[in-house]
Ligand binder design. Structure first.
Ligand code: CP
Length: 334
């Protein structure tokens, strides 16, 4: 494997094989598999899970890693093409990233959406420009519209819990003090569709996912025997749901307009997931969230602390799933 940028680049069988490998490495650790291999991690945005799980996973396989957070102890890196660099950034990614890649065997990059121009973010302009200057194996640690590592971990979590392939999976918008990127909802709706699930996106008016995101998910569903639809009706969405996955994201009707988004979300305080949301779901309905989560804004304590919450398992699977990716990418014997 040379690049892990999008689950859509892999077949369902290839995803299944990665999950199987993750399980094998959990049950039969290989602490020397990646001895002598080095992973570089570049974080333009903060992280807890992605940063720690990649470092821990690499160490558990016998490899090592270094972390760069541009502007924090290292030079600030300019990402804009054609920029006149008379501001804070001392170095451009076009020099900095190839230098870092030359020190390691694989590189991971986290670069969130610029959040100004939806078409530009949908086209992954910033991440693609960076990927284009790197000749080493590359992992997407979350870009404008994708978070494949989260999605692989979530798929494994669903399999671990024996959630049926065609189960009803609700991806619900949840409240947050400000607009967040579309990467996780876009990746999640595609992941669940690719797994073959009955996917319902539940969101208030003004928060519909972009047509390109829904079209990609529908194409995945068509190939897997699943389905994808969108609704603003909580009752319709939650009826019989076997999985409720909550996520906060910004208004697509006010993309790049913080004031417009704030005006819209001000009236949406009841989009905090509470135990009552599960009155209509399947009795065994699981609750998922990628974390971090704001308690009692997006999700009530009583849900996060309940037996139906599997957020800790999802977070743990970040490490196990990524170990399979690293093994495929860097193990000399594979
Ligand atoms: N879910 C996730 O990517 O977590 P971090 O932002 O903490 O890495």
């Amino acid at each position: 494997m040379h690049r892990f940028l999008d689950l859509a680049d892999f077949s369902r069988d290839e995803i299944g094989a990665l999950i199987e490998l993750a399980r094998r490495l959990e049950q039969h650790p290989e602490p020397r598999a990646l001895a002598g291999r080095i992973l570089g991690l570049v974080f333009f945005n903060p992280s807890l899970r992605t940063l720690a799980s990649f470092q821990a996973g690499m160490a558990r396989l016998g490899g090592t890693s270094f972390v760069i957070t541009p502007g924090q102890g290292t030079w600030q890196l300019e990402t804009r093409l054609g920029a006149v660099m008379n501001g804070a950034a001392a170095e451009h990614v076009r020099e900095g990233l190839p230098v870092l890649a030359s020190y390691c065997d694989a590189l991971g990059i986290r670069a969130f959406a610029e959040g100004k121009d939806l078409a530009r973010d949908l086209a992954e302009m910033q991440f693609s420009a960076m990927a284009g200057v790197i000749d080493k194996p590359l992992i997407n640690l979350e870009s404008a519209m994708n978070h494949p590592c989260q999605s692989l971990a979530d798929w494994k979590t669903l399999d671990d819990l024996a959630v049926p392939q065609h189960a009803k999976f609700v991806l619900s918008w949840a409240q947050h003090p400000r607009a967040l990127p579309l990467a996780v909802p876009a990746a999640t709706v595609h992941m669940a569709a690719m797994r073959g699930m009955e996917v319902v996106v539940l969101r208030p008016e003004g928060y519909g996912l972009p047509p390109a995101v829904m079209d990609k998910a529908r194409a995945a569903a068509a190939a897997s025997g699943g389905s994808v639809r969108e609704t603003a009706s909580r009752a319709e969405a939650l009826a019989g749901a076997q999985v409720l996955y909550a996520k906060e994201w910004g208004s697509t009707a006010h993309y790049g307009d913080a004031e417009g988004d704030a005006g819209l979300r001000a009236g949406l305080g009841d989009w905090c997931v509470t135990p009552e949301w599960f009155d209509l779901t399947d009795a065994e309905c699981k609750f998922m969230h990628c974390l971090p989560v704001r308690r009692n804004v997006a999700v009530a304590d009583a849900v996060l602390d309940s037996a139906r919450s599997v957020v800790q398992r999802e977070a743990h699977n970040r490490m196990t799933a990524q170990m399979a990716v690293l093994y495929r990418m860097l193990s000399r014997g594979v």
